[in-house]
Design a protein around this ligand. Structure first.
Ligand code: 4AD
Ligand code: MG
Length: 462
């Protein structure tokens, strides 16, 4: 018999047919005549109720059905008379695949803290909270591909192992097959990476952008969507050492086109979740954050504030607020500054542009003032920076000069520079941190709770 998912069964109106459902027991209650099993298979937040006529089943077998057990139920699908559910299954056959000892099963009781659940990341997908988060995460990933595919963007797979460490986005993880205790040395006593697997020093990528630019200057519109790695020791609720990034790169886009795309893209994704994940969002809204759905709606309706970094700094100084990191022109804005602008001053998302060139990457388009570059950061409530991007410097001489000033090895970057020597065109792009997006959409407070198996300093257990 065809196994049906709980999600399908709960929507079904074809009553009195025999169906099979498999899943994990959430609760079992009842008396010596009738038992009620709440069964969940992760397809949807809701459980299906299984009604068991105790006399028709083996008593020993029924004892094995405790919270967490994996079972298969065959029975008649009927309209439910009970409160809180529309359909239920009257069991005719039950098979217990695997028991879960009530004395030791960590999810025996409800209401564990998110901190505790992080320690059992192998089991937390079985909770309502993580089921909801993981389904929303999936939806958003799917929506990202749909958004770009519908608009003529091509999905470009950029490498995870890279030989260039020129992005300057943060410390990198080395990839090597050399013996850590006895690496081959050069005459001057340094590790000889010529003998390493790739014949040179390699790292895990911090961003697919540079390769993305190679794609965009051929296919016009591309995006990447893959894992990126940063070996910074930042233990914050918004940083991971391994996170997923979406990086569209568009030939012939200037900074305004770039901002327009970023704003439209974010609104589309939040709308997609509102439309496709209503049950899960309602659950999170009730359990964790009463303003979640309202906040998501407002983000899709309001026009984002756009202003220069310089104006933002003036606002922050005039605010009279004492920040942990004092504000002056030229500083890299901290999350406290970004959140003040978004949450207290403008009360809506903000796109900041024209940042000081000295705090931004070498590839950003230089403005004529000699001081600023055409960078853009999108700042969101509760999150701070959710997107970082820029128009790119397409003029060969200007790019090379900046690389020299910043001591970026132009020889190693010969392939990047050739895009500016052959058919160079204006282009722009940005990077959206996928987990920051999921954090925003789910209303979770810690980025470790929106990725199945978080990688942070001192933590790679699962
Ligand atoms: O601002 P970032 O460093 O920009 C880049 O890497 C550019 N190459 C993007 C581009 O223009 N194509 O990172 C982009 C976004 C940030 O805005 C943030 O949302 C996210 O990536 N991000 C992180 N997310 C989780 N953990 C971290 N350690 C992150 N670092 C950046
Ligand atoms: Mg950034």
């Amino acid at each position: 018999m065809k196994n049906l998912k709980v999600a399908e069964l709960l929507k079904s109106t074809e009553f009195d047919r025999i169906v099979n459902v498999k899943g994990w027991v959430r609760t079992k209650r009842g008396n010596n005549k009738v038992a009620f099993i709440a069964l969940n298979d992760g397809s949807v937040i809701h459980n299906i109720q299984v009604v068991v006529d105790v006399a028709s089943f083996d008593e020993e077998m029924l004892k094995l059905i405790t919270t967490g057990a994996g079972i298969s139920v065959t029975g008649k699908l009927v309209q439910s008379m009970g409160q809180g559910q529309s359909v239920e299954i009257q069991a005719t056959e039950i098979e217990v695949y695997g028991t879960a000892d009530a004395n030791t099963y960590p999810l025996q009781k409800k209401g564990h803290s998110l901190e505790f659940l992080r320690e059992i990341a192998h089991l937390r997908p079985r909770t309502n909270t993580f089921g909801a988060v993981l389904r929303i995460r999936h939806s958003l990933a799917f929506a990202i591909h749909k958004y770009f595919n519908d608009r003529g963007f091509y999905y470009l797979h950029t490498p995870i192992v890279t030989g260039s460490d020129a992005e300057g986005a943060g410390a990198m993880f080395r990839v090597t097959t050399l013996d850590a205790l006895k690496p081959p040395l050069t005459e001057t006593g340094e590790v000889n990476f010529k003998e390493d697997f790739f014949g040179k020093a390699t790292n895990l990528t911090v961003s697919g952008q540079l390769e993305g630019e190679l794609g965009a200057t051929a296919l016009s519109l591309i995006y990447t969507f893959g894992p990126t790695f940063r070996a910074e020791n930042s233990n914050t609720p918004r940083h991971l050492a391994e996170f997923w990034m979406i990086e569209p790169e568009m030939a012939f886009y200037d900074i305004t086109d770039n901002m327009d795309l970023a704003e439209d893209f974010l609104k589309y994704l939040v709308n997609y979740a509102l439309e496709h994940n209503a049950d899960d969002l309602e659950f999170l809204n009730t359990m964790y954050d009463k303003e979640l759905v309202a906040r998501l709606r407002s983000i899709t309706e309001t026009k984002y504030e756009r202003l220069d970094y310089t104006e933002a700094v003036e606002i922050l100084i005039k605010s009279g607020k004492t920040f942990e990191f004092p504000v002056s022109w030229g500083i890299d804005l901290q999350s406290e500054h970004e959140r003040y602008l978004v949450e207290q001053h403008f009360k809506k998302p903000v796109i900041l542009t024209n940042y000081p060139r000295d705090i931004k990457a070498f590839y950003m388009k230089q403005n004529d003032d000699g001081k600023t570059v055409r960078a853009m950061d999108v700042l969101f409530p509760n999150i701070g920076e959710i997107i970082g991007g820029s128009q790119r410097e397409e003029v060969y001489e200007k790019l090379v000069n900046r690389m020299r000033e910043m001591h970026i090895p132009e020889k190693e970057m010969w392939w990047y520079l050739e895009t500016r020597q052959y058919g160079t065109v204006p282009h722009s792009g940005f990077g959206l941190g996928f987990e920051r997006l999921v954090l925003f959409v789910t209303g979770m407070k810690n980025i470790r709770d929106v990725i199945p198996f978080p990688r942070t300093p001192q933590n790679a257990e699962f």
